[in-house]
Design a protein around this ligand. Structure first.
Ligand code: ADP
Ligand code: MG
Length: 362
């Protein structure tokens, strides 16, 4: 059986079935944003790991090392945020090709540690090896949560409302602009890149959202502690894909109101520079690292505390399947169009260096 026959998520499902022997201390194992493990009667250890592979997740022709470090931390901190946890410790593993310099590696760690400092997380170990083909980055983050405060992908129920934090689609639009930029790498290393000539502020905002995403750790923790939410996931693969993960784990369907999806002023401002309708960036553009969560109507009032940073976008339904509803109430099926590593031609357009450059908008 080829990997492309079953896809990334089909393969993970098979690994999960094969590895079903779990200890009584495994509260949540394979299948969520992070594992939740019972280490004492009161505390849960959260554990998550992610890889970033050159030419799959990033391209060194437009990513500076400081941003790459920042983003490598963000991707993992976001999975802890999605559980409602607090990140505490982190380990990094690097496979380094011979053309990478020591200064580039140190710049990577400047960016990495800058985001760890924001979230009071300590780098406590890792591994460093030579790599014959491309730069490989592995990051593991350990965090903590209380049993009451942990949110999974499996708790959504019919009638629950669906919410997202902040805005959607900026990162995918930023990637497209980066790929089409005449002078790539508009956010050079270090802190000194606050002011950059040559790029309009909207474009800089979108590119910044792609290269240096901000994981919603505090917001995720507050949502979990509020007791309002029934399920949560971070938006890494794209809204439609990550909502499909909630639907699969919770055994429910969903309806999303297309016109309710929150778009940033920068995305709207740059519409004429972008190749696709804005709705498509919001629905299937990945790597926003925002949070998607559900809440029963009776508990929604309590969410007012987060009003400025959350938007209601739809409702959980009975049965399977997701649909997109337009302003006239017409429904059409909403496919899970996020990225699948073994079917890069399906779902949303390919990541990083596999993308085609069509025109130069900047
Ligand atoms: P995320 O996008 O939130 O990082 P993934 O889609 O990568 O989540 O993974 C989904 C689930 O499958 C997670 O629980 C993850 O730990 C697990 N998983 C992915 N790959 C493997 C693997 N090779 N072995 C064991 N578990 C895996
Ligand atoms: Mg995740």
């Amino acid at each position: 059986m080829k990997l492309s026959d079953i896809g990334e998520f089909g393969l993970i499902r098979k690994i999960r079935r094969l590895s079903s022997h779990s200890s009584s201390r495994t509260l949540i194992g394979i299948g969520d944003d992070a594992a939740a493990l019972r280490v004492s009667s009161s505390a849960l250890l959260l554990a998550t790991t992610d890889m970033l592979i050159e030419s799959v997740h990033f391209d060194l022709s437009y990513t500076d090392f400081y941003s790459l470090g920042w983003k490598s931390a963000a991707v993992n901190l976001s999975d802890i945020a999605a559980m409602g946890g607090i990140p505490r410790f982190c380990l990094t593993s690097l496979g380094l090709p011979s053309h990478i310099t020591a200064e580039q590696v140190l710049d990577f760690y400047r960016g990495f540690n800058a985001l760890l400092r924001v979230h009071k997380t300590a780098l406590v170990g890792g591994d460093t090896c030579a790599s014959p083909h491309g730069l490989t980055i592995g990051v593991t983050v350990l965090g903590e949560a209380t049993k009451r405060g942990v949110l999974t992908r499996a708790g959504a129920r019919p009638g629950d409302r669906i919410f997202v934090t902040n805005t959607l689609g900026d990162s995918a639009a930023g990637l497209e602009l980066l790929r089409n930029a005449p002078s790539p790498n508009p956010l050079p290393s270090g802190e000194r890149n606050k002011k950059r000539g040559g790029y309009q502020s909207g474009i800089r905002t979108l590119i910044g959202r792609h290269l240096r995403p901000n994981p919603r750790v505090e917001l995720g923790r507050s949502i979990a502690l509020s007791g309002c939410a029934s399920s949560m996931i971070d938006i890494s693969d794209g809204l439609s894909s990550d909502l499909a993960h909630i639907c699969e784990e919770s055994k429910v369907g969903a309806e999303v109101a297309g016109s309710s999806l929150p778009l940033s002023p920068a995305l709207v401002e740059q519409e004429h520079h972008l190749r696709k309708p804005l709705l498509q960036y919001a629905l299937s553009g990945g790597e926003d690292y925002e949070l998607l969560f559900t809440a029963p109507p009776a508990r929604i009032r309590k969410l007012r505390a987060f009003e400025a940073s959350i938007t209601e976008i739809g409702v959980i339904t009975r049965g399977k399947g997701m649909s997109l509803v337009d302003d006239a109430g017409r429904k059409r099926p909403l496919a899970s169009s996020g990225y699948d590593h073994f079917r890069p031609g399906k779902g949303r357009p390919q990541r990083a260096s596999q993308r085609m450059v069509r025109h130069s908008p900047i």
